[in-house]
Write a protein that binds this ligand. Structure first.
Ligand code: CA
Length: 507
């Protein structure tokens, strides 16, 4: 081969690699846990600033109605991996063993030239499949010095979990096969209960006094399921185990993992400052509940502060390594969370705060910077979207739809779903939320609770955005109820939810 043909060959190879890269961008999916949109400044939060999550919003698109289909941790991850509802992928409840042998979209990405990695929280009772590289937290994961499971062994890694996950992600990015596009899930532990902040963030919000949400003192009138839940800041949130008031530092699971230096700093804050303040106040009744609320928000937001800072580090890494232009970055939580609305923490209910999840995407050259999408987008849509971005055909049995057209075109002109289906199962533990399914349209939410007690709820989100006025059965609601029930049945049939169909047809 002469020198000219060698050069020509190199140019051809280079061109091929280049167009390949353009056709198949890298994808980083930063997937947090229980991170409420009410606490993200890109979503208009006044509670805290999240400058790095906002960077994604400013450079990309913010979905205002990104909904989950079953608002708890494991099922949301199972839906991400399959693009299917819980009743189809088999993972309806937490703490089961997810069947990784079924069709998972990362495996399809691998078959089409991607290298795939999952780093951080996995929490599916099984080891990952469909990933070239994985390092996962053991179970729910620990905030300090967590156990990290790899294909060969489990090791305890010293440090704070969010920093460790970023470090593992950057290490993998540095050492990856650079000839291939990549799909990386950064699975965050933050901001899951019990909200242990990084040492450098302790007290970051102590000078703030947070306003109570309008529904903080909700009386749950006309809402049987809400009357029977066990997730209030008042009764369910624990002073010691959640808010670290005279925490049990002998407790092996959490504090037994701390190094003496970590424990010293942690105790100096929670024992010498917070617990002392608590003792001096002699709180009871509503003043106690309000103090708990303030402490809850301070711990939660301090934990989220590290999350946001670490997202900034990942974005900086992409910028510094010439990857930003060819990498799709998504930030999402596995569901929303209550920040005192209805007097609650946790999730589960098909009410806005836990039904909606933050979802931001920047796709250089595709997303228009700083724009929003209002369409009803579901977590079953995530898998088909990633497949379509990668140029991989979407299998017909995936239940979601790629939302790429909503990014590429004027969303108002895209033929898109007008109603969304939801089904929650986990009962009675841990928070005694009755199982329910329902439909959400642009304006209404209709919910059918079942299990120990059957009931319906109907909300007009336009007139009643906080969902405290259950209009089901009230005068004037007959027509909209009938039409929503008809649409609900249609969705149940479309998504093949036989259990819900049976319940719906019984009465
Ligand atoms: Ca979660």
């Amino acid at each position: 081969m002469n020198i000219l043909s060698k050069i020509a060959g190199c140019i051809l190879l280079f061109t091929a690699a280049n167009s390949y890269a353009q056709q198949q961008p890298n994808i980083i999916f930063i997937f947090s846990d229980d991170h409420a949109y009410q606490t993200i400044s890109a979503y208009g939060s006044k509670l805290a600033q999240t400058p790095n999550i906002d960077r994604i919003a400013n450079q990309g698109v913010r979905f205002r109605n990104a909904l989950v289909t079953n608002s708890i941790c494991g099922p949301s991850r199972a839906t991400l991996l399959t693009g299917k509802y819980s009743h189809i992928n088999g993972y309806t409840l937490n703490e089961k063993k997810f069947n990784v042998g079924q069709q998972l979209f990362p495996r399809m990405l691998q078959q089409h030239g991607y290298q795939t990695a999952w780093i951080g929280k996995w929490h599916l009772g099984n080891l990952p499949d469909g990933f070239d590289y994985w390092r996962i937290l053991k179970g729910q994961g620990q905030y300090y010095n967590p156990d990290i499971i790899g294909p060969k062994d489990t090791t305890q890694v010293e440090g704070y979990v969010t920093n460790i996950i970023t470090q593992f992600s950057v290490d993998w990015l540095n050492n990856r096969d650079k000839s291939k596009p990549f799909f990386l899930v950064v699975g965050e532990k933050a901001t899951h209960r019990e909200w242990l902040p990084d040492l450098q963030d302790l007290g970051a919000y102590d000078d703030k006094d947070f306003p109570l949400p309008p529904t903080f003192h909700d009386d749950y009138k006309n809402r049987v399921a809400a009357q029977n839940q066990d997730m209030t800041i008042d009764k369910t949130m624990r002073l010691r185990d959640d808010l670290k008031v005279h925490a049990n530092y002998e407790q092996k699971g959490i504090y037994g993992r701390f190094t003496p230096e970590q424990k010293k700093v942690f105790k100096a804050y929670y024992e010498d400052k917070i617990s002392k303040e608590f003792d001096e106040k002699h709180l009871s009744g509503d003043s106690l509940v309000q103090w708990k609320y303030q402490r809850y928000l301070k711990d939660y937001l301090a934990t989220a502060r590290s999350l946001d800072r670490n997202i900034g580090q990942l974005l900086d890494y992409l910028d510094k390594n010439g990857l930003a232009e060819n990498t799709v970055v998504v930030y999402a939580s596995d569901q929303g969370f209550y920040m005192g609305e209805h007097g609650w923490f946790d999730k589960r209910f098909m009410y806005e705060e836990s039904l909606r999840t933050p979802f931001l995407i920047k796709y250089p050259g595709v997303t228009k910077p700083g724009t929003t999408v209002d369409q009803l987008m579901l977590n079953i849509d995530w898998a088909p979207t990633f497949l379509q971005i990668a140029g991989v055909p979407v299998p017909a049995d995936i239940q979601g739809t790629s939302f790429l057209p909503l990014l590429k075109e004027n969303p108002e002109k895209v033929n898109w779903r007008k109603s969304a289906y939801y089904h929650y199962y986990e009962f009675p533990q841990p928070h005694h939320v009755y199982p329910h399914f329902g439909i959400r349209t642009e304006r209404y939410t209709l919910i059918r609770f079942y299990g120990p007690s059957d009931s319906w709820e109907l909300y007009d989100l336009q007139k009643d955005p906080h969902e405290i006025n259950n209009r089901y059965g009230s005068k004037g609601a007959e027509k909209i109820t009938a039409s929503l029930k008809k649409e609900l049945k249609k969705l149940i049939l479309q998504y093949k939810d036989t259990e819900a169909l049976k319940i719906l047809e019984e009465k």
